[in-house]
Design a protein around this ligand. Structure first.
Ligand code: C2E
Ligand code: MG
Ligand code: MG
Length: 717
């Protein structure tokens, strides 16, 4: 019995308020039996003070008490939101007072004297009602907590979260919409989404948000431009939207379209970065002009159109005439600014549809997709040249530069992109050749020179700019001991397209065009630097022979340059041998001899290269300040093959000995050649038998191996 009773009360707490002790006691005894926790108060005042300190589920309240009445207690409870249910237990039989108590907020009313069952039932009902209310309260607290949490998550999302109704109007937006786009969400709620989507994206958005999709196709991603309030006009967003479908019944698979749920992520920064990258891929960053890739793209399109419409088009190749001079004398920053200024002026000559591009360095190209006749292109070329008549003002500097322009017209000068560019380039080069500052159309005759001197000269100029030249070293050995006594510095050209180019192919052109001065300076500088490095690593007693061409020797500063370079690398004169050909001496004997004398006083040795191939100058030799004769490899080659050949070798050796000159035989490839030369008394040998010309690094490695006991011949083999 008691177990059942305990279950009824389930530990709910009850406060009995009655001024009559007997009443209180009997009530308490009865209720305790049913498993309630009971406290008592003997007055309204005491009840209130207990309510202030404890919480009770129920109050059994007498109405008539001296001092504070039961009504006052009810008032207090209501006023203070005390969460207790009040059951009035009163001897006051009047219907009015019961009604008033209920009106004031009492839960129920039991009249004294009460039947215990009736009272217990009332208590039980009130208690279970209270329990329901309590659990409801817990639930709703939990609910609002959970809603708060979700709200928090949604509003703090970096993405805009939204819902649209079936007509595309916003029914929900999170706070991010304000942070991202500057729109208050209340302004947007109820509005059509198109209010937020920027012009070009509207059509796309229309499709996404109004299309009703189900199943796997329910959600989709698109990039949209969203309008923005504030500084920027719009922002890019990556928007995922999802059709919201409600399945009406389990059998209805298609469901009913409820609207759209979506998330929009701001990807403006990413987009902008992408735009920059795209721009960089197709533009020259110095001038912001299209680069070669974009120009080729446009040219290709223009060719296709011309082909289709049977029209002409022109490609112009423009090269600045004195740019290298500006770059060399005023510095690269000035050079860069000049290029920027030039490109601005060139742009002013364009018609819409024309493309001006920077091809590289100081070269620009112009694609003119619409030319009716050649004259259209010449008008533009003249306009461009005219622009160059006014000097360019950069800071306080007034720079005069002119341009050489080559024009290739489709289809005469070529029908594909490559040939048009090549023709324009060639025509430009002919302008340079003719004296620069002008323009010329490509013609048939020019094609003959495409692989010739002209192209070589152009390429060599580029090679010098792009650092494509290398210096290699071929050993020279003592014929008897086979010890290394020196190296000849021989220039090589690592051509970007043609691979390794040997000096016989480009030195003659370099000499003709004057480029040899730059080539020669490069070789001397490099050779002295390399020699200084070898000496620093402990390998001394080695000299380097450097070839000098006539234009170099002709220079007024020929001697000074040599002296300065030796000084720069802290090298003694004896470390250098200057190789010149007989022809150089014979052409301007008086001057050259004077210069050579100076060199010998500095301890520098003079070698006559390719001896025997030039003037028959044997008789002059005794007047020359010469130390060494180099027997040309063609004579060495003829040893044992041709009797006449060997007799020349014999004669040279005999004469050198007579004049007390050192002798080096060049082009020695075989042991019989070596033996023969030794038998004649030739002191030094150079040739593939002892090694070809190698890079500075390989040479140093070789020298170190020799120092550690290896023989050169083994290394060369
Ligand atoms: P060179 O001064 O008479 O140089 C000797 C040439 O003979 C080099 O050719 C060398 O590689 C080659 N040679 C050496 N041993 C043998 C061999 O056993 N067999 C054969 N078949 N050839 C051998 P390379 O390097 O092609 O140079 C050719 C010429 O170019 C040089 O003839 C020189 O007149 C000129 N040259 C090379 N470098 C320079 C330079 O820096 N300045 C100037 N002005 N001219 C240079
Ligand atoms: Mg030589
Ligand atoms: Mg030679």
């Amino acid at each position: 019995m008691s177990a059942v009773r305990t279950e009824i009360g389930m530990g709910r707490s009850i406060l009995i308020v009655d001024d009559e002790p007997i009443q209180r006691e009997s009530l308490m005894q009865m209720i305790l039996l049913y498993g309630y926790q009971v406290e008592t108060a003997e007055s309204g005042e005491e009840a209130i003070s207990m309510l202030q300190n404890y919480t009770f589920d129920l109050l059994l309240l007498d109405l008539n008490m001296p001092g504070m009445s039961g009504f006052d207690v009810i008032d207090y409870i209501v006023e203070h939101n005390v969460p207790s249910k009040v059951i009035v237990v009163s001897g006051d039989a009047s219907f009015d007072s019961a009604r008033e108590a209920l009106k004031k907020g009492a839960h129920d009313f039991v009249k004294k004297p009460y039947a215990p069952d009736e009272l217990l039932n009332t208590i039980k009902n009130a208690a279970s009602k209270k329990e329901l209310e309590d659990s409801h309260e817990v639930m709703s607290t939990k609910l609002s907590e959970s809603e708060y949490l979700h709200r928090f998550i949604v509003d703090h999302s970096p993405d805009i979260v939204f819902m649209l109704d079936t007509d595309g109007r916003f029914t929900f937006l999170n706070d991010t919409v304000y942070k991202s786009l500057g729109f208050s969400k209340n302004d947007l709620l109820g509005q059509h989404y198109s209010k937020m989507v920027s012009g070009q994206s509207k059509e796309q958005a229309q499709f996404v948000f109004t299309e009703r999709r189900a199943g796997e196709r329910k959600s989709r991603n698109i990039e949209l431009k969203l309008k923005c309030q504030g500084e920027s006009e719009y922002r890019y967003s990556d928007t995922t939207s999802m059709s919201i479908m409600l399945n009406q019944s389990d059998h209805n698979v298609n469901g009913q379209f409820q609207g759209t749920y979506g998330v929009a992520r701001d990807i403006t920064e990413k987009k902008q970065a992408q735009e920059v990258i795209n721009f960089q891929a197709y533009h020259d960053l110095l001038t912001n002009l299209p680069n070669r890739a974009l120009m080729e793209d446009r040219l290709q399109i223009a060719i296709t159109q011309s082909k289709r419409n049977n029209q002409k088009l022109a490609v112009m190749f423009l090269d600045l005439d004195r740019f290298k001079w500006v770059n060399d004398t005023m510095g690269h920053t000035m050079g860069d600014r000049l290029l920027q200024a030039v490109s601005q002026r060139l742009e002013s000559c364009l018609r819409s549809g024309d493309t001006l591009a920077r091809f590289g360095g100081d070269e620009f190209t112009l694609v003119l997709p619409q030319v009716k006749q050649r004259e259209d292109a010449s008008i533009i070329a003249e306009k461009v040249l005219n622009e160059f008549k006014t000097p360019f003002m950069i800071d306080e500097h007034e720079l005069f530069v002119s341009a050489s322009i080559g024009i290739a017209v489709y289809p005469e000068a070529g029908t594909c992109m490559e040939s048009l560019i090549k023709s324009a380039d060639l025509a430009m080069y002919c302008v340079k050749e003719r004296g620069k500052n002008g323009f010329e159309f490509y013609n048939e005759e020019m094609s003959g020179i495409s692989n010739s001197k002209l192209m070589m000269e152009r390429d060599l100029r580029k090679a010098l700019m792009n650092d494509e030249l290398r210096v290699c070293y071929q050993p020279q050995v003592n014929a008897e001991t086979e010890e290394v006594v020196g190296f000849e510095a021989l220039v090589r050209w690592e051509h970007a397209e043609n691979g390794l180019v040997f000096p016989d192919e480009f030195i003659p052109i370099a000499e003709e065009t004057g480029l040899i001065l730059e080539v020669g300076n490069f070789v001397m500088e490099t050779a002295c630097k390399d020699l200084a490095e070898w000496r620093a690593s402990g390998i001394d007693n080695i000299r380097v022979s450097i070839n000098f061409s006539a234009p170099q020797v002709d220079q007024d500063d020929f001697i000074d340059r040599i002296v300065q370079t030796l000084q720069k690398y802290n090298l003694p004169g004896s470390a250098l041998e200057v190789e010149i050909t007989e022809n150089i001496i014979m052409n301007d004997m008086a001057h050259v001899i004077q210069k050579l004398r100076k060199l010998t006083t500095l301890g520098i040795k003079i070698a006559v290269d390719d001896f025997g191939t030039g003037y028959s100058s044997l008789s002059y030799l005794q007047h020359f300040p010469v130390n060494t004769l180099k027997i040309d490899k063609s004579f060495v080659n003829s040893i044992h093959v041709n009797k006449g050949g060997t007799s020349i070798v014999n004669a040279i050796v005999a004469m050198a000995q007579g004049l007390n000159l050192n002798l080096i035989a060049e082009g020695v490839e075989t042991d019989p050649q070596l033996e023969y030369l030794k038998s004649l008394g030739c002191a030094e040998i150079q040739g593939w038998l002892f090694g070809k010309a190698e890079s500075a690094e390989t040479t140093l490695e070789m020298l170190e191996k020799i120092r550690n006991g290896s023989a050169l011949r083994e290394l060369a083999a």
